[in-house]
Design a protein around this ligand. Sequence first.
Ligand SMILES: Nc1ncnc2c1ncn2[C@@H]1O[C@H](COP(=O)(O)OP(=O)(O)OP(=O)(O)O)[C@@H](O)[C@H]1O
Length: 329
Amino acid sequence: MISLRDVHKVYQLRNGATVRALDGLSLEVPAGAIHGVVGTSGAGKSTLVRCLTALERPTSGQVRVAGQDMAALSPGELRKARRAIGMVFQHANLLDSRTTAQNVAYPLALAGVPRGSRHETVQRMLDLVGLGDRGDSYPAQLSGGQKQRVGIARALADQPAVLLCDEPTSALDPETTRSILELIRDVRDRLGVTVVIITHEMSVVRQVCDSVSLLEAGRVVESGPIEQVVSDVSSRLSHELVPVPEVPRASLAPNDVVLDVALTAHPGQPAAAHVMSLAAEQGADVAGGVFETLGSAQVGRLALTVPASRSSAAVAALREAGVTVEERA
Ligand SMILES: Nc1ncnc2c1ncn2[C@@H]1O[C@H](COP(=O)(O)OP(=O)(O)OP(=O)(O)O)[C@@H](O)[C@H]1O
């Protein structure tokens, strides 16, 4: 649904210097997925959004959204192609002087949908986001979470193939964040829309994303389905999504080392109890652990302690059983 291939965006500054905001970025998001893009400030997230929506042309590389090569379109075609992308912003950016229903109708009016048929769509969208009875309210009469619901209804009104959410929950409290993320998932399930969430919050990825990419200095340095990313203990995303349990050095016996084990519940993979009994057979003990469900995957992290002399044998035995394990540095 979304495909970026080797996208570069170079800005020329007035003093002659250049900034490589995107530096060979490649990204694939399949139809119907909820994909998170995370990265620290300056990594290129906003530039990526502007290239996806064709507000900016990449210096080189290809951006395809819903089958369209965004750089190859005429201005008229581009206007049409942009309708395939619904945008949700950090602050809902509603028009204060218009009612909720009028805000949701706005993109339909811009797209030339006749007034008569707008009403039914607007009501359907407001029902979808749980605000079916608030069509006559003004933004000032809504909570932050409700405003964001209206923002989502507005983004979906023109039936986009892609919902592009730029820091959609950064201004919300944790409880409201949870409900907005649930709504986004619900919308994806019901409408089959492809969702990209740009965020700096790992908790957002944990709660709602099927897959994730880590953006750094204008390129994707790690990417994959959540299950795959979290089961690779050596990956940075994995550490941030499910941190390994802390084991204070002082609590270790003098010759013990720590083994980090990552578990994901998939058919055919050894379950936690099996791993623990294998560990015990190898003379290892459990020093800490965490288990949780991320999207459709169950993931766990175990920190095992084992005498250094038995570490390689324990690692080999666990790997032999299909367990992802590494000795902690
Ligand atoms: N119009 C521009 N002209 C020059 N440099 C720019 C322009 N837009 C972005 N940049 C630079 O490109 C790099 C990436 O910026 P971008 O805004 O895409 O990052 P970001 O990940 O969205 O950061 P943040 O999370 O702080 O918004 C930064 O070094 C930024 O200074």
